[in-house]
Every structure is written in C-alpha cells, then in structure tokens.
Ligand binder design. Sequence first.
Ligand SMILES: Cc1ncc(COP(=O)(O)O)c(C=O)c1O
Length: 401
Amino acid sequence: MRKIEANPRSLEIEYAIRDVVIPASRLEKEGHTIMKLNIGDPNKYDFDTPDPIKDAIRKALDIGINGYAPSSGLPCLVDAIAADERSRGNMVTPEDIVVTNGVTEALQMLFFAALAPGDEVLVPGPSYPPYITYVNMVGAVPIPYRTIEEEGWVPDVDDIVSKITDRTKAIAIINPNNPTGALYDAASIRRIGDIATEHDLFLISDEIYNLMTFEGETPSTADVCRDVPVITFNGISKIYLAPGWRVGYLAIRDVEDALIDIRDGIMRQSRARLCANSICQYAYFQALIGDRDHIRGTMSKLERRRDISYRRLNEIEGISTQRPGGAFYMFPRIDCIEEGPWKDDKDFSLDLLREEKVLTVFGSGFGAEHGSGHFRIVILPPEETLERAFDGIENLLKKRL
Ligand SMILES: Cc1ncc(COP(=O)(O)O)c(C=O)c1O
C-alpha cells in the first residue's frame, strides 16, 4: 500500500523538554544513573500532592462524581475559580471560566479559537514551547519578543512594540516565567498593557506558577490591566503539586465584548470535547477552598535549592545565571560556547548528558532566537543531587576548555 501522507504540520511538532529524555533513557538502559534536571514535575522529586487534596479524590469516588461534568466545568469548581480570581482583582464571573484538561488544553483551545492562518501572537523569548508549537499548529505565527537577560529576563517593551504588525492579535505573558524563573512586577505588566490598549490587542496571561514566588507576589495581569481584555490561565499542576491529574482553566476577562467571538469559539470547543476529568476537578475544588499551607513548605525548600543553584552555577567558569524570582527554573548562559568544542547549546546539553550523566534541556528548545547559548535546569531535585549535577557541569567545562 502507498504511504498515506500525514499533515506536514504534525511532523514539525517538537517538545525539547521530553525529546531529551530519549537519549537519557538509552543511557539508563545501559545501566547509567542520570541526574535529571530536565522536567518541571515536582512529583518526580521529593515533593508530593498534599494529603487533603489526595483525600478529595477518594471522596469524589465515594460521592459518585464519575460521570461527565458540564463542559465548562463542575459548578462548584467554576465558582471557586471565579472567587479565587476575583480575590486577586481579576473581576470574572463563573460564566467566564472554562475548566480544561490542564493549561495545555486551554492553550490549544484559545489558539484555535483566536488565530486564523497567518495571524501573529507575540510570545516571550525564550518561551515555554507550546506557545510556539500550538500557534504553529493552527497555521499562525508565534513572534518571540526579547526578554532582557541582564535585567533578570524582564520583557523588552521596545522590542514588543517593534514587532507589532497588522496581523498581531495578542501578547502572551508567562509570570512567573518558564524557562527563566523571572517574576514580573505590576509596572512591567502595565507597560505591556499600555501597548495592548494602543494597538487593540488582548493579553494572554499564564499564571500557573503565581503562588510560587520567593519574594513578593505575582500581580494578576487582569487586575493590573483592567482596560485590556485578558485571558488568564492557571491550574492544579504546579501550585498543588498534581501535574498528572490534568486540570486547569482559562478565565476570560473581556472589555467591551472585544472577545465575544473568541469566547464563543472556546465554548464551542469545550462542548465538542465533552469535559475535563471530573474526579480531578472535584479535587481541584477542594484544593482551592482548603488551606494552602503546603506552599510555604514547598517554597522554603525551593528557596534553599535556588540559592545553592545560583551560587554554584555562577562559580563555574564559563557559565552565568540570573536569580529567579519564582517558579522552579533557571536558564543559565553558556558564556564559553564559542571556546568549547560544541556546535551549539544542543550539542552542549548532549555532551553533558553523555559525559557527566546530567540531563538538562538545551536552550534553543525554547526558541532559537532567544534561547540559543543557554540551557534550562529545574531546581526541584534534593540538594545533594543538585550539588552532584553542578560538579558534573564544572567537570565538563574543565575537561573541554
Ligand atoms: C508556563 C506553563 N504553562 C503551562 C504548563 C502546563 O500546564 P498543565 O500541566 O496545566 O497542562 C506548564 C508546564 O510546565 C508551564 O510551564
């Protein structure tokens, strides 16, 4: 039989964070132990879902939440999400919420509803890969805007303005940021909001790490930019340490019905895919109405790991890194990339894996233009693992330079 052609766009999909696992698994099969600094899943390290949230899963089974949920989400969860967003100044109502199978699904729904082929969306550079991949999948164009490394990876407002065209529809903000760990303050967000107002754009605000900050709080973009339409994302994965449960949401805070059709396109998709996992929705509801005491413990553990990582990486000749304000990532620069034997950052990460068994994600996986010459690590592993991994990076550089 002749080969049946695939959609060529599907063959262009890449996800560096998981793609790097393939060579690492090969090494593991050969008997090597790999120090994994690649995946943003706290549960792969010494963090676990809080007991009350696990208990909520058992309760959901007992009280019979085993059927389909309404397409936009279980009413109790939708109400709790709206109340939570309002407490942060994002004045949404339950009708503005769609519960999804993770923020990942929310992103797909939004981009499919908002972007026609050829439309452009400004995404942070470097960027969490789905902001590139999913925009490409619908035939639209992700345009990365620069974030300024030397200033802690804050958005470069002039660069944003210079990249707006008559095809631009939205500006995406990830705060705190993956992969850089940057935490943007209200003034930075407001400056982006002013650009959006001036050019009739809407804002996409991914706040999935919003309670995971080391100092200060994450401003709600919708609160700071009340005159701009904002679609906010959040979910259970990171803050509540349950990424495998796949629950998230999008919250549409419109202005003068600017998003009326996009909202309709999102709602239609939500109905066509029935609903998000109902049992896990119930657990997310319990998480939102329960206390959030576990976050303090998580962040104080992460703060120690961040401090160790920041010190150790900056002590290595040829590497430098910024200090993250939130989330659990760092995006160190390979200052010595020109001097070493490596073709590029991908080659560096593969060499580090083969030689020292340290698994990181190459920076260009977060967008070639702004990610090249870097690598991403997570600061989630226990301190001893981090120390050994940094010994490995140090060894590699000493050997190769
Ligand atoms: C910025 C950002 N958004 C979304 C996600 C994925 O969220 P979810 O697990 O809810 O699909 C991640 C996961 O790493 C992320 O870093």
